[in-house]
Design a protein around this ligand. Sequence first.
Ligand code: EPZ
Length: 428
Amino acid sequence: MDRILIRGGRRLSGRVPISGAKNAALTLMPCAILTDEPLTLRNLPRLADVDGFGHLLNQLGASTAVEGARAGEFGRVMTVRAGRIASTEAPYDIVRKMRASILVLGPILAREGRARVSLPGGCAIGNRPIDLHLKALEAIGAELEFTAGYVEARAPSGGRLPGGRFAFPVVSVGATENALMAAATARGTTLLENAAQEPEIVDLCRCLVAMGARIDGIGTGRLEVAGVDRLHGATYAVMPDRIEAGSYACAAVVTGGDLMLAGADPADMGATIAGLRQLGATVEEGPEGLRVAMEGRPRPIELSTAPYPGFATDMQAQFMAALALADGASVLTETIFENRYMHVPELARMGADVRVSGRTAVVRGVGELTGAPVMATDLRASMSLVLAGLAARGETQVARVYHLDRGYERLEEKLGAVGADIERVSDG
Ligand code: EPZ
């Protein structure tokens, strides 16, 4: 198993190219199921989860052709063609490894009038039920049954979904995505209220519209989808990854560095940028992307995660690593997931002073962190350990880096190019 070794204390400076967004890619890829024509996705990040989704699409009968990026370039182009759906089932063996697989449920049901998808089960950061996915699909006309750990969904008499209206009691990114994809080819109109407004949802809507869908209210919490008879193929570029960009912004903060996050879109990063400025970073928005520079210790701040446009839960752990070095005490509140502080005991091994009580973490800044062997537990937690390692005196060894590979494309290369002393070692 691979580990990442970081010898910290170096100031980072230079240009970091931002890849396409993982969380957009994972909802754009299943759109290919909605048409028998090719969907070409540009700027697709090279990530384990994207590869996993490609395998799932192959399993359903779709072909996936990848054009390799030129040497030194990031991302790639993938053309997915679901000319014929060979299977309407997403098996447990794939779904248990990648929760996002649930995002084929709506598209398969819309395309074939029936679908069988394994229930995803638990996750390190929380229970993560899918009840809202199912309720939204039922509201659009799906009939559901549960057998042996699977949900079996059917459209009335195996035909097209009629459409309907659903008000989400809680904002859910995934459930909004599933409902949108299912509604695009429904016989009637679908109204989704209190829908998620994340930039990845906007990216999904734009891709569906490029395929011929009719959606009103894009970017708001009220989405109206007028179902169309069929969708056609398209070529679409995945949006830049705002969470990857925010993570590297924190790398500039913890090393007192100066980084140009090339290709980042500041328009998608309002709350993150506000947080960076609050803790004392200089943030410049420009045509090339986002420049983030830091001098001195971060200032302590108070932050609470929330659905977009609030502060992203996917940035909480990275900010905690920065605030572990702040000149005072900060308060973080995690409102989205009930178990998203797995990084705290690992940061404590490096000398951080964090007290968690329920959903709230009090982070008392320390003057210095010290390198240590630490264990990654989930994607964003592992990035917070890398950030702490970049700042720490001595060597940090991050184990279980497969968590990182799920969401960060060629991390060591990107950090090494701006001055980090970082390498990946394999224990065979
Ligand atoms: C997406 O997960 C992202 N994943 C997550 O990013 C992100 O943390 C999350 O949205 C919130 O922004 C992808 O896009 C692949 P939700 P998702 O449905 O769709 C509850 C990362 O690090 N809920 O918005 O699963 C749920 O338990 C990952 O890249 C229900 O109760 O998140 C949670 O508390 C981690 N019932 C809240 O809603 C449901 O049916 C928000 O979850 C669905 C969700």
